[in-house]
Design a protein around this ligand. Structure first.
Ligand code: HEC
Ligand code: HEC
Length: 308
């Protein structure tokens, strides 16, 4: 019976180390914040039900399409990403998926006052203005007009969107994802020659230099972010970067809960391909060891019995 007790003690401590210590240490190392709610409660509600048809006209009349493409409505981007980054610091994203990605209240406030809503207004000034102007309106009630625009964006956006697409549309204009062949200019093309490859690398570097000038910090490649940070951290960080990294230039982008979870799933897929395998394998190994030890013990007991 003594061996059996030792076994129990061993198994107990192994499990404790596996499930207890590492997650515990990680949780101690990371800053604790109120968990993300995705309600953007600092922004006041704008409860006006917009009219998508009016919104469609506003998007053109208010000049959105002077900077943004809306592919889904057959409106190509008015300038290349390289040129846009040279003038704005970053390429304005295509707005086809905006109605899917972003919280509606966030979007209304973002259009009214972009950098304030992104919570990175301290990175901008008169000399270095945020590139997207505050919505100046077209003569009507501004809150009604932004509600119309958001209603239009919702009406054209797809009802479902793949995890990778969510990343590309919401984060991909700033962050590279080398492990998945994504650069902030788009998916890496196939190169026929070394020169082509180098030329492309130069384009990406120029784009990144512009980003750095624009934001004061280079957005990191996110290929293995899922190994450096746990899911809860990422969820809270995406919901409100300032809380976890005060004074960061990473914007609050205003994703819904659903799109945030999709981005994290995408990070898991790219950064930790073996995770699922590993997680199902470990309990199997432990189970095998327990059964094996039990048999060894029974066998030993039998041998001793025969000897006596
Ligand atoms: C002068 C160019 C310009 C105009 C005009 C403009 N934008 Fe933008 N917009 C930008 C740039 C540049 C960004 C990216 C800024 C960043 O990521 O720091 C952006 C970002 C956005 C985003 C992404 C927000 C997020 O949370 O990531 C949305 C949505 C958007 N614009 C909608 C609009 C709408 C709607 C209009 C018209 C009312 C408009 N924009 C007008 C340049 C412009
Ligand atoms: C307008 C550009 C921009 C966009 C869009 C953007 N980021 Fe960032 N992000 C940054 C910058 C700049 C930093 C570096 C911040 C710093 O060093 O202060 C950063 C840092 C990060 C970090 C690292 C945090 C850390 O602790 O080191 C993560 C994770 C991240 N971003 C995730 C995202 C995700 C997910 C999205 C899309 C939902 C996104 N970002 C969209 C600019 C951007």
């Amino acid at each position: 019976m003594r061996e059996f007790k030792i076994l129990i003690v061993l198994v107990f401590f192994s499990l404790l180390v596996y499930w207890g210590v590492e997650p515990y240490a990680l949780s101690k190392m990371e800053k604790h914040v109120a968990p993300a709610t995705f309600t953007y409660s600092d922004l006041k509600p704008i409860n006006y039900k917009g009219d998508p048809l009016k919104g469609k006209l506003l998007v053109v009349n208010a000049g959105c399409t002077g900077c943004h493409g809306i592919k889904i409505a057959n409106l190509p981007s008015p300038m290349s990403k390289e040129n846009a980054s040279a003038s704005f610091g970053v390429a304005p994203p295509d707005l086809s998926d905006a109605g899917y990605l972003y919280n509606a209240k966030f979007l209304k406030h973002f259009i009214l006052n972009p950098s304030h809503t992104m919570l990175n207004q301290m990175k901008f000034s008169k000399q270095h203005p945020f590139p997207m102007p505050k919505f100046f309106g077209t003569g009507g009630n501004k809150e009604h007009e932004v509600s119309d625009i958001v209603a239009y964006l919702k009406s054209i956006s797809p009802k479902t969107l793949g995890n990778k697409k969510v990343f590309e549309a919401a984060c991909g204009r700033c962050h590279n994802m080398k492990y998945d062949k994504w650069s902030s200019l788009g998916m890496l093309p196939k190169f026929k020659t070394q020169t082509q490859k180098l030329e492309y690398a130069v384009k990406v570097s120029k784009y990144q230099d512009n980003l750095k000038k624009y934001l004061g910090a280079l957005p990191p490649d996110l290929s293995i972010i899922i190994r450096a940070k746990n899911k809860e951290f990422l969820k809270d960080f995406i919901n409100d970067p300032q809380v976890l990294l005060p004074n960061t230039s990473m914007p609050r982008v205003g994703l819904t809960k659903q799109s945030t979870e999709q981005v994290i799933k995408y990070f898991e897929k790219v950064g930790d391909k073996k995770k699922v395998q590993r997680e199902t394998l470990i309990p199997k190994i432990i189970g095998y060891l327990i059964i094996f030890t039990l048999f060894a013990y029974l066998w030993k007991a039998k041998l001793w019995k025969e000897l006596h």
